[in-house]
Write a protein that binds this ligand. Sequence first.
Ligand SMILES: [Ca+2]
Ligand SMILES: [Ca+2]
Length: 698
Amino acid sequence: MKSTTLIPLVLVAAFLHGPAFAEEATLEPASAPVDPDPAVRGALALPDVFPINMGFKSLTSKPDAPNHGFDTLANAGRYAVHHGNAAKMNEIKKAFPDVMTISMNPLEAERSNHVDKAATGNVWPGFWLYRAGSRLTGAVDQSTTQIPVEDASRFTTRDYALVCSLDAKGRPEFLASAANGAEGTYEIVNVTGVDPKKNTLTVVRGQTGTTAKSFASGQSAALPFREAWHQDNKMTLIRANYSLVAPRHPKSGDNAAEFWARARGAAVRDGLNDGTEQDVVNCLAGDWADVDLDFVPDGGFIDGINTWSLGWQEHVAMVRGIIGPHRILQHDCTTATKGYRGWKNVNGIQMETFGKGEDFSENFDLLSQWVKYTEAQPAFSYGYCRARTTTYGGVQPDHDWMFRKQFAVGLMLGMPHPYGSGPNFGLFDWDEQRGGELDDYAWLGRALGPYERDFGGLGTKDLLAGGKWKVAIADGFAATHRGKPSDPEGIEIKIAQVAPLLQGQDPVYRGVMLQWNSDALDLQRGAEYTLVFEARASDTITFDGKTYEQMPAFMRVGDFKGTVHRFNLIVPGEWRTYRMSYVVPKDKGNARFDASFQLAEEAQRTFHLRNIRLYTGTADRLKREFENGLVLLNESQVEPWTVDLGPGEYRRLQGTIRPDINDGSTVSGTVTVPSRDAVYLLKPRSGDAPEEHASAGR
Ligand SMILES: [Ca+2]
Ligand SMILES: [Ca+2]
């Protein structure tokens, strides 16, 4: 899975530096939420001068990394924001109290080895259960190493699994009977072999401090833990069940979302740092999830509602209650349909591997929505450039455009944009961060307005004009619709029922969709197009009598026959214009426009869509003017962008990292921004204006 490949570096740090959280994760209720006294901790704010320089995993680069000499505490003081290992963040915070520090918390990774009983401490195993298990089909005594189950394909070698008796309702008996610290009637085994034909598991008995027990056929089951991480082919980190219907501890009454909220909230509240980033968050429970433990995989969906996503809403509300309003609570959200969503308590998202390919329009829209809609202030979202470049990573030919482009994204939205080169995290020196020879980390000064989008790259003819769309509803789904996309209020599609999620099925790409239903429209291979449309969707969900607000809907847009890239989007409650630019592949699909809007993730959602258009060219040409400079970002994958600068003379930075680009030359009349690149220009400075910014920024 894509996300798995992104996890390692984050977790490796947890292993290297030990648990970020020490003793907070107890089963006792945390003390009452503190009243955040503004005199003690005032409201946080991002600098209002740019750029907002940020370090990612600061102070961690290795001695042989090209940035090691730069990745020092002294240089950390020149950055406005840092993210990383809690111990390193503490170091920075102590030295530079005004610098914003955000500690990383990779889910349950603060306990570096959950399958080691000594490390799990008193974490109740009921919190971990959510992967579909299987009932035993034969009796097991204390020495059996071949456990017969109904469906061995639900297990993988290296799983740790919990074997337990079932109660009269067919639920794991220990869930109701275990007391804090008591082992209950379960045993943890290590699965070393899976035979899906004979439906047997080869196991090592009595693991993680449990002892081998006897289990009756049919009235017992084996439930695998869900791996969050493994090392040396051994499961080392387990994911917890974040669903609203997850097991509750018989003594404390907490479910996993609440248990971890207390632990994390207390750690942030009692820590030095300005906030925390929750790593590896996923609003979908994923394959083989069985959140209600009825042995039927459900993907986290109960009665058509994503109870996993709602569990996260409860979690963040509780964390916010504990940490108060003046801390940053940020969540991982690399892609819209998998990452965290909900705008009530989270300041923003961290998008790892932001916009490396055709995801730019999608990613930029998600980032923009978070900056705009989050209710927790300050908004704090950024795309994170984790890519080897030419300067840091030795990639040839020139790949430094990745940094320039991504850094410009942060500038467009008034957010930071950190950089890390592959495994070499830490601080990196770039001309664009400090204005080259100006050595001013706030060299651009204040923004003179929001970013502007240049539509000059778009064709003027709507290639979909007069076309028709149809609503398609698959078996097991129910939906009603009225109106047409060409109506002023668009088409309304109301989802009434969604089919149970089948194993291996994509929860978004199924069920109800709005499909192109007109004559063939042949596109040009290798050419760039932009799909433009407006959408809104109901953003409240009710489950078990409780209403959850500000929960944008999922939507997937694209041509599912391979011509058009698929865009994973979230849809707010108000009309929003989406502009998705993409290149028709040169050698796959049929180059025929055949787009659809996939809508049926959850019951209770009502979508509205209108004004669906298609133009040639890109809409991703962005510019923003600052007091001291101009930043131009061209995300077109095929066309350079020539920009009329008007009267006046600009100058390129005079840099040392890329002196070939930042050559100090004068620019006037027009400037050309190469495709997928950004240009940073300095306005002529006069008088003493720069001094003011040098003191205001970092
Ligand atoms: Ca992360
Ligand atoms: Ca189930």
